[in-house]
Design a protein around this ligand. Structure first.
Ligand SMILES: C[S@@+](CC[C@H](N)C(=O)[O-])C[C@H]1O[C@@H](n2cnc3c(N)ncnc32)[C@H](O)[C@@H]1O
Length: 394
């Protein structure tokens, strides 16, 4: 992490500009439990069309300036230039620095088919049918399907980076252009897909989690989302060697308001995955349960309004809840407050789902508040947490 340790510096008076880098504000940490200010600051920076924070704190007798972890930006040279420019402006005497920008910018290999989750919120559109494979692993099944169904737009979800790299390589070698790959938890991904657009969702040999069933891909919430994104007669297909997982899923899938299920044992598919080959060699049974959607669902709104009402920071810091709020489907924790003046400052929060909480800053300028670096993703947990947070901060 780039940082500079320094001493003997001039007074810091924001806003100022140096080498094209804008230093917009300097906010001081306010400990709302002890009701006193700490000698730690967050400095708001705009540079190269990006906004981020630097942390300024004591380091023994000296000061240390470094990138704030939550608002990290890439490439790292942007941060290094901001750190160097700040020290030049305050004419600090450098004790230690690892911000030399001589290390050439590492150009990321073009990963045309690897997409960030924001892409699915803001840009993704297709007139083609969508099919999704969850946890594609070696990618054998996904590659086969993509090659044989060129009119379908495939989305591959995986959380294991080497598997993703391997699939991207194969897409290039085999010249396959109808697959998008996302490194994202499949249990949350479906929230970003419009209703009634998906023909098939494949879940082949998911990790069985026999001892921790709450970590399984299948849950009531996952099935509801799958039914929403599937078009009528679209299917959610589980294939597993785990009898326990199979029974668990059949339990969840029976008694649904809509949807038809079909069960099979040792069914042959056109392509056999790496795991399937292994289990077949060991003589294990393979179980299939397919859920077929039967009705159209309402569309969702991905453009949620993440605005805040006016925030009276002076009043707020005296009454801020210091304990985390853990609800059934979301969490909120107010971590820290940084004040610029009585009407402006930063609030550091953790919000969203319990399994995938999100750290964010809320920037308040003359009582007007917004999420620093943009809004959270419109997941149902983030939306619920935001609405509650809005009430708390009012
Ligand atoms: C047992 S492997 C099966 C791989 C492949 N489907 C096959 O049949 O060979 C399970 C895969 O699911 C991935 N995975 C586990 N949990 C996931 C999640 N929540 N979202 C997306 N992928 C997940 C794992 O990284 C792993 O590659």
């Amino acid at each position: 992490m780039p940082h500079i340790v320094f001493n003997n510096y001039e007074d810091i008076k924001t806003p100022f500009e140096k080498n094209g880098v804008l230093f917009n504000f300097c906010a001081q940490s306010y400990n709302f439990t002890d009701k006193e200010r700490r000698t730690e600051y967050k400095i708001g920076v705009s540079y190269e069309n990006k906004e981020f924070l630097l942390t300024l704190k004591n380091k023994n007798e000296d000061k240390m300036l470094k990138a704030d972890k939550i608002t990290r930006v890439t490439p790292v040279t942007i941060v290094k230039e901001a750190l160097n420019s700040f020290i030049q402006k305050v004419e600090g005497n450098i004790v230690f620095s690892n911000t030399n920008s001589f290390t050439a910018l590492k150009i990321q290999p073009q990963k045309e088919y690897l997409k960030e989750i924001d892409y699915f919120v803001n840009e993704f559109q297709t007139t083609k049918e969508i099919q999704i494979e969850i946890g594609f692993g070696s990618g054998r099944h996904l590659l086969y399907q993509a090659k044989n169904n060129p009119d379908v737009q495939f989305i591959g979800l995986e959380i294991h980076t080497p598997s993703i790299e391997q699939l991207l390589k194969q897409l290039k070698i085999q010249n396959i252009t109808n697959v998008l790959v996302v490194n994202y938890d499949a249990r949350l991904f479906m929230e970003f897909i419009n209703s009634n657009k998906v023909g098939k969702i494949f879940v082949h040999f998911p990790v069985p989690w026999d001892k921790k069933p709450h970590r399984r891909i299948y849950s009531n919430a996952f099935i509801d989302e799958a039914l929403r994104v599937l078009k009528p007669s679209g299917t959610l297909e589980l294939r597993t060697d785990s009898r326990k997982y199979f029974d668990f899923c059949v339990g969840l899938l029976t008694n649904l308001n809509s949807g038809k299920i079909t069960i099979d044992i040792n069914k042959d598919l056109q392509v056999s995955s790496k795991y399937e080959d292994r289990w077949k060699k060991q003589g294990k049974h393979i179980y299939d349960v397919v859920l077929e959607a039967q009705k159209e669902d309402e569309d969702i709104n991905l453009k949620h309004d993440f605005s805040f009402d006016e925030i009276d920071l002076e009043k707020l810091v005296k009454n801020i809840p210091s304990k985390p709020m853990v609800e059934e489907d979301f969490v909120i924790n107010i971590e820290e407050v940084f004040t610029i003046d009585k009407d402006s400052g930063l609030i550091q929060v953790t919000i969203g789902s319990f399994n995938r909480p999100l750290s964010k800053y809320i920037y308040i300028e003359n009582k007007k508040a917004r999420y620093f670096q943009g809004n959270p993703l419109p997941t149902s947990a983030n939306i619920k947490a935001h609405e509650r947070l809005k009430e708390i901060l009012k």
